[in-house]
Design a protein around this ligand. Structure first.
Ligand SMILES: Nc1ncnc2c1ncn2[C@@H]1O[C@H](COP(=O)(O)OP(=O)(O)OP(=O)(O)O)[C@@H](O)[C@H]1O
Ligand SMILES: [Mg+2]
Length: 287
C-alpha cells in the first residue's frame, strides 16, 4: 500500500461554463514513504493543480485519492488532520509570512495544530537547525530578511509541523545557486530524519536531476514520462517536444559525443559530469 496515491483523477476548472478547462486527465500517481519526487512540466501543464489535488485543497471531479489506504473524500475521513500530515508550501511562500517575528511565524502552525506549548521550543530549535538558520533569527522581523532567508523561514513553518508528505511548489524559484542548494539540503536533512516523502515542482532540470530520486513529467494534465532521472532524461526528444529538456550538462556531453562516441551521454548530475570530462581529458592526454 502506498502512503498517498491518486487514481484516474480528472479535474476541470470553471465547470459547466464556457471557460471550462479540463486540466488533469485520468491521472494516477503513487507516493511511497521516503521518496523524493520532482514534478516537471511546461507552464499550464497542471503541476500546481495536481499539488492541490494531492493535499485535498481541490476535490477531483472523478477518481480517488487514498492516504494510508483511506479515501480522503469519504464522509468520515479527517481532512483537517490530513492537511497537517501533508504539508504544502506554495510558490513564493515568503508572501505568506505575516507575523512581526520569525518565532511567531514558525509558531503559528504549532498553535493551530494544538501542539503542547512545552515542546514548541525544542521543535523550533530542531527545525531552525534543519533549514540552516541560527537562533538569533527568532526575534527578527521576517521582513528584514533576504529573499533566501525568508524562504527558509517559510519552509521552517511547514517542516515544524512534521508532515509525513511535504509538497513544495517551486521552492527555489528566484533563488541564487547557493540558497537553492541550502533549501534542497534542508529537505534532504528533513527526509533523512523522518523518512517523509517529498514532492517538489521545479522548472529547473538541473535541480531535479541533482536532488530528486524520481521524476514525473507532466504534459497537458497527463503523465508523459515517469521514472528515475536517467530513465526520464533518456527521452530528450519527447521532453523537447513539450517544451522541456535534459540538464545542460547532459546536453553538453551529447554534443561532445557527436565527435567522440566513447562519451557517456546518460549522465545528468554535476559530479558525474566532472568525472566523465576528467576521464575524457585523461584519455586525450594519453593518446
Ligand atoms: N483557478 C483557476 N481557474 C481557471 N483556470 C485555472 C485556474 N488555475 C489554473 N487554471 C488553468 O489550469 C491550467 C493548469 O494550471 P496550473 O496552475 O496547474 O499549471 P502549472 O503547471 O502549475 O503552470 P506553471 O508552471 O505556470 O505554474 C492552466 O491552463 C491554467 O490557466
Ligand atoms: Mg504552477
Amino acid at each position: 500500500m502506498s502512503l498517498l496515491s491518486i487514481e484516474n483523477v480528472d479535474y476541470s476548472y470553471a465547470k459547466k461554463t464556457t471557460f471550462e478547462k479540463h486540466v488533469l486527465k485520468k491521472l494516477s500517481l503513487k507516493i511511497e514513504p521516503g521518496s523524493f519526487i520532482g514534478i516537471i512540466g511546461h507552464t499550464g501543464s497542471g503541476k500546481s493543480t495536481l499539488i492541490k489535488i494531492l493535499n485535498g485543497l481541490l476535490k477531483p471531479d472523478a477518481g480517488t485519492i487514498l492516504y494510508k489506504g483511506e479515501n480522503i473524500w469519504s464522509k468520515n475521513f479527517d481532512l483537517r488532520n490530513f492537511h497537517l500530515d501533508v504539508g504544502v508550501s506554495f510558490q513564493y511562500p515568503e508572501h505568506q509570512l505575516f507575523c512581526d517575528t520569525v518565532k511567531k511565524d514558525i509558531e503559528y502552525g504549532l498553535i493551530n495544530k494544538g501542539v503542547p506549548k512545552e515542546v514548541y521550543e525544542s521543535k523550533i530549535k530542531k527545525t531552525l537547525n534543519i533549514v540552516g538558520l541560527s537562533e538569533s533569527y527568532l526575534e527578527k522581523s521576517p521582513f528584514q530578511l533576504s529573499g533566501g532567508e525568508m524562504r527558509k523561514v517559510a519552509l521552517a513553518g511547514t517542516i515544524v509541523l512534521d508532515p509525513e508528505v511535504l509538497i513544495l511548489d517551486e521552492p527555489t524559484a528566484g533563488l541564487d545557486p547557493k540558497s537553492t542548494q541550502q533549501i534542497y539540503d534542508s529537505l534532504k536533512t528533513y527526509q533523512a530524519q523522518t523518512n517523509s516523502s517529498i514532492i517538489v515542482v521545479s522548472h529547473s532540470m538541473e535541480d531535479v536531476s541533482e536532488y530528486v530520486t524520481d521524476i514525473v513529467a507532466l504534459d497537458d494534465g497527463q503523465i508523459l514520462l515517469q521514472g528515475k532521472p536517467d530513465q526520464v532524461f533518456d527521452n530528450a526528444e519527447k521532453l523537447k517536444k513539450v517544451g522541456l529538456d535534459v540538464p545542460i550538462t547532459t546536453n553538453i556531453l551529447r554534443l561532445l559525443a557527436k565527435d567522440n562516441p566513447s562519451v557517456n551521454t546518460n549522465i545528468y548530475r554535476y559530479e558525474d559530469t566532472k568525472l566523465e570530462i576528467s576521464r575524457l581529458l585523461k584519455d586525450a592526454i594519453l593518446k
